[in-house]
Design a protein around this ligand. Structure first.
Ligand SMILES: Nc1nc2c(c(=O)[nH]1)N[C@H]1C(S)=C(S)[C@@H](COP(=O)(O)O)O[C@H]1N2
Ligand SMILES: [Mo]
Length: 495
């Protein structure tokens, strides 16, 4: 029993050494090339749509953490079992390490941003794991001994060494250098500043401008891509007359514009919070495209991130006069790392997955016929204008409130069409018109409020909005494939 336990620990120690040395090697190659991250990313890409949707819905921003913890737990159990089996037949241990190294290398090589060197960390890890196994499980000198003798002190040393190497690798492949580069950035003053909206002041309402720290985050990146401004290049190519390339200072030296508008995610459910309103600073995308001169028929602007994610935006939308930006700033700061530092795209009126590429490194003119972007390949709509949405932020669902005058308030959005009307009703009665906050244009969300004389009892509140043309539809639709529809409702009790 005790020998089995030691063997299990030895298995875990070998896996830990393999992963730690791989992490250390990945710090030199690219953070995404570490085997667990590469396998995790491959799993994310291969996960069927309904499961991914379920994960985003139930786990929210913790989905990545849960995935990595899951992989970690599987590895822990598998390596313990391997250790036990390897004591009888050491070849089992070598085979599992080879399998793990091969899987890690293969997963790393299939990452869109990978070069041949991305296989190296997994292979180094597997080799170091195998060496550790050979050292820990020596042939027992005196026969007959059932299986090999496991070097117990060696196991502890291996575990400690793996801990140190892993911590060093993790630190080195982290983002602290990008963080300090970001802190050193001084953004120039905008050449053109748009109007600033003013919010309604109702307790519990979503603020008009979303602070960066509260801004929703959605992306496929398990580790934040590390893009330092010093090495930054934005390439514009594909079907254009002039290929262009810009450094980060090139972009900052241009006439920057600052505009407020709302970004929202296609995965947002009815009542969901995957939207934010910010002040974006950047270069008008239309200017860059005009200099590149797209060829006729190049109807899709494909934007690519440092980690190989892609979005496809209609060229016509990018050049129709709206504030489509190659953005460098968000609410007066350089873009936060999570939101695409140093450069991202943002286009008012389209869901993020077809327009808002973070860690932007390439703009390629193509056509919708020739290229499907990341989520389009997975069945989501190729063109995705934002659907009219309205939400009750206060009172909160299932709250007990005091009967009498109660502020019912929230936000509504229909970017680039604009919100014209918001209505609220109680218990499916008459619709009441809400008071709307003044807005600066059609591209930002609009706060609203309505004073409700709440009678004691349980009530259902419902909201709906209208843009310049249509009333928001009551028909419930899930986010897939082009955005959710339906009215948001909350049930509260007044006492
Ligand atoms: N590189 C990259 N950019 C990306 C994504 C991504 O997965 N990778 N996701 C997009 C999606 S689906 C949305 S809704 C927005 C969200 O931007 P935010 O995280 O800054 O709110 O980013 C977009 N840009
Ligand atoms: Mo999204």
């Amino acid at each position: 029993m005790k020998a089995t336990l030691t063997a299990a620990l030895a298995g875990i120690a070998c896996a830990a050494v393999a992963l730690a040395t791989a992490q250390l090697a990945a710090a030199a190659v690219a953070p995404g090339s570490a085997p667990v991250l590469a396998i995790g990313a491959a799993v994310v890409d291969a996960t069927p749509e309904p499961l991914k949707d379920f994960a985003i819905r139930t786990l929210g921003e913790n989905d990545k953490l849960v995935l990595l913890a899951g992989i970690g737990l599987v590895l822990l159990l598998a390596s313990a079992l391997t250790g036990v089996l390897a004591r009888r037949r050491i070849a089992v241990g070598y085979a599992v390490l080879a399998l793990l190294g091969g899987a890690g290398a293969a997963a790393a090589l299939t990452r869109p941003a990978a070069g041949a060197s991305w296989a190296v960390p997994s292979l180094i890890g597997a080799a170091c794991g195998a060496l550790t196994l050979a050292l820990l499980m020596r042939k027992a000198a005196e026969a007959p001994v059932p299986g090999r003798a496991v070097d117990r002190r060696g196991v502890l040393i291996a575990l400690a060494g793996a801990g140190l190497a892993g911590a060093a690798g993790w630190r080195l492949s982290g983002t602290s250098d990008v963080e300090s580069a970001r802190e050193a950035v001084r953004l120039p003053a905008p050449a053109s500043t748009g109007p600033a909206g003013i919010g309604l002041d109702v307790p519990g309402i979503t603020p008009y401008l979303t602070p960066n720290a509260d801004f929703y985050r959605v992306d496929t990146a398990l580790v934040l891509p590390r893009v330092v401004p010093e090495d930054y290049r934005l390439r514009i190519g594909g079907r254009v007359a002039n290929e262009l390339e810009f450094t980060y200072p090139d972009l900052l030296d241009r006439d920057l514009v600052e505009r407020e508008f709302t970004l929202s995610c296609v995965s947002n459910e009815v009542g969901g919070v995957l939207a934010g309103n910010a002040r974006w600073l950047g270069v008008p995308l239309a200017e860059l495209l005009a200099e590149a001169e797209p060829e006729p028929g190049a109807d899709q602007v494909v934007s690519r991130s440092a980690d190989g994610w892609t979005a496809g935006t209609p060229t016509a939308v990018c050049t129709d006069g709206r504030d489509a930006l190659v953005a460098v700033g968000m609410n007066g700061e350089p873009l936060p790392l999570k939101h695409g530092f140093p450069v991202r795209m943002v286009v008012p009126g389209l869901y993020g997955y077809v327009s808002a590429t973070k860690w932007l490194v390439e703009i390629e003119l193509s056509s919708f016929a020739d290229f499907d972007a990341y989520w389009v390949r997975r069945g989501w709509a190729a063109e995705a204008p934002i659907k009219t949405f309205s939400r009750i932020d206060t009172p909160k669902p299932l709250k007990t409130i005091a009967a009498g005058t109660t502020a019912v308030a929230g936000v509504a959005w229909a970017q680039h069409r604009g919100i014209e009307l918001v209505q609220v009703r109680v218990d499916e009665g008459e619709w009441n018109e809400a008071e709307l906050a003044p807005v600066i244009g059609d591209d930002t969300w609009r706060q609203w409020q309505w004073a409700w004389e709440a009678e004691p009892g349980r009530h259902k509140l419902e909201v709906r909005a209208a843009d310049t043309e249509d009333l928001q539809t009551e028909e419930r639709q899930p986010p897939f494939p082009d955005g959710a529809t339906g009215w948001h409702s909350v049930v509260v009790t007044a006492e």
